[in-house]
Design a protein around this ligand. Structure first.
Ligand code: ADP
Length: 483
């Protein structure tokens, strides 16, 4: 296990199997969001470092692509086993730099490990095709090749799982990689990469360039002819900019962007289960998840009871450092994140929303915001069109579902929706009417390594996980032949 306590003061970039400082010597501070205090520094990569990382990945690409699929799979399998064994040490690291409660950090690591296991199994299932053309004049021979050097850019909200969800399929497919982790959570990134190297990943196959000034570096990396793939998870705004930069060089993009998940509750649902699910979908990771329920549409027969019970449930959730026993809500990631949640909430209150619980930042050090439930919202309230990314639940009662459906679908995002009903046929009908990539139907947690995760509209392009995940890192080669 990477010794973060002794290393974190001097954490360097990882390029071609060597630890190196940024070319210009720049470093950034990493802060514990529960206290606002610095916990270490990390090298801050710029253009020259990014290009060096691309060169290292390009040099390693032919060798890794030629490694037998079984061997690539076995490395990932060993990494899975190491991560399961060392889960507690990794969990401490996540709590320290991300702030989430220890139990949630452990849960995230379970999922991070499962991506390694799933793609260790996918590495040996890359298939092809041999067929006769309809005209009978040729054989169609299709195989899949690794797309090539892949740039993977990840966010801070799931600092381990977002990395294995990209690196595992890339490595299984035979691609070498450059990882640009979020500047808020670089230590978890280094620990994951160090673990993969211990499992047998050769030098240069994964290179790591944390940076809090990524725009120029990433633009230059995308312009390098060796880079053939961009896999990004982050905000829709950054995703749009990266799609534009990728278009300049016709780079193959996979994009997991923002969400604005509706939680739709019908009057015939099991209310106990729905309240539990609402707490999970809203409050996991303090609402800082692209799959977080962002707006609650509730049948008017049960709207008041649901709102009261949700307010009661979240108001008793203990808030504090993720290391404290029993804590269920950690801090938000930065002051800016806390202030944004505060101003969205205030704007909703100014236009008539009623605060049923919470409603403001918590009066304590660190970036805490009180779990909040807002009632009395109208379908066109501004807050319903924004990704809140915090512990705020706006509730909108509805009478006729068909009347509220256009508003539910009338947003730019389409990642996930939650539907709670006692009538499965109704649930399936409603699921099909939603503009979304995923639905949790009487189910609060949808993320699953064996399933295709991803969104429609401005929530992204492509899918991660399932059989789709590895395809994002493969290109078909078609050979027309005859014999
Ligand atoms: P968030 O607001 O959740 O931090 P971002 O989209 O800003 O979401 O960040 C997600 C990841 O994208 C992080 O690793 C971040 O450093 C990186 N990033 C942000 N802006 C750019 C950019 N212009 N070019 C490349 N990467 C970027």
């Amino acid at each position: 296990m990477l010794d973060v306590d002794s290393n974190r003061q001097t954490m360097r970039l990882r390029i071609g199997g060597a630890w190196t400082a940024a070319a210009d010597g720049a470093e950034t501070e990493v802060v514990d969001p529960a206290t606002g205090e610095p916990i270490g520094t990390v090298a801050n990569a710029d253009v020259a470092d990014g290009l060096q990382a691309v060169a290292a990945a390009a040099e390693a690409q032919p060798g890794w692509a030629a490694t037998a699929p079984r061997e690539r799979g076995e490395v990932l399998r060993r990494a899975y086993e190491l991560l399961v064994t060392e889960r507690d040490a990794f969990a401490d690291l996540i709590v320290r730099e991300n702030g989430k409660p220890l139990a949630e950090a452990r849960g995230e690591l379970g999922q991070a490990a499962e991506f390694l296991r799933w793609f260790s199994e996918e590495a040996v299932r890359i298939d092809g095709q041999l067929s006769v053309s309809p005209g009978g004049d040729k054989r169609i021979l299709v195989s899949h090749k690794p797309v090539g050097v892949s740039l993977c850019i990840t966010p801070w909200n799931f600092p381990a799982a977002m990395i294995t969800r990209k690196l595992a399929p890339a490595l299984a497919a035979g691609c070498t990689t450059i990882l640009k982790p979020a500047p808020e959570t670089p230590f978890t990134a280094f620990a994951i990469v160090e673990l993969l190297e211990r499992a047998g990943i050769p030098d240069g196959v994964i290179n790591v360039v944390p940076s809090d000034r990524p725009a120029a570096m990433v633009t230059e990396m995308l312009a390098h002819p060796a880079v053939r793939k961009l896999s990004f998870t982050g905000s829709t705004e950054t995703g749009r900019a990266l799609l534009a930069a990728s278009a300049q060089h016709v780079i193959n993009p996979s994009m997991e962007l923002g969400g604005n998940a509706p939680f739709i509750l019908f009057e015939d649902a099991d209310l106990d289960a729905a309240v539990d699910a609402a707490v999970i979908t809203k409050m996991r990771n303090n609402g800082q998840s692209c799959t977080a329920a962002n707006r609650f549409y509730v049948a008017e027969q049960v709207a008041e009871e649901f709102t009261a019970r949700l307010a009661q449930a979240v108001s008793t959730m203990p808030l504090g450092s993720g290391f404290e026993d029993g804590v269920q809500l950690g801090p938000l990631i930065t002051t800016a994140a806390r202030d944004k949640v505060g101003s969205l909430t205030q704007a909703a209150v100014d236009t008539g929303a009623a605060v049923r619980t919470g409603g403001s930042a918590a009066d304590r050090p660190g970036y805490f915001f009180l779990p909040t439930v807002l009632g009395g919202l109208a379908v066109d309230d501004d807050i319903l069109g924004q990704e809140i990314f915090g512990p705020v639940a706006p509730v909108v009662p509805f009478g006729d579902f068909d009347e509220v459906l256009p508003a539910i679908n009338g947003v730019e995002h389409g990642l996930v929706a939650y539907v709670y009903t006692g009538d499965l046929a109704r649930g399936l009908r409603v699921s099909e009417s939603l503009e979304t990539g995923m639905v949790g139907l009487n189910q609060a947690l949808v993320a699953e390594p064996a399933a295709p995760f991803g969104g429609v509209k401005q929530s992204g392009l492509g899918r991660e996980g399932g059989h789709h995940g590895i395809q994002e890192f493969l290109e078909p080669l078609y050979i027309a032949t005859n014999w």
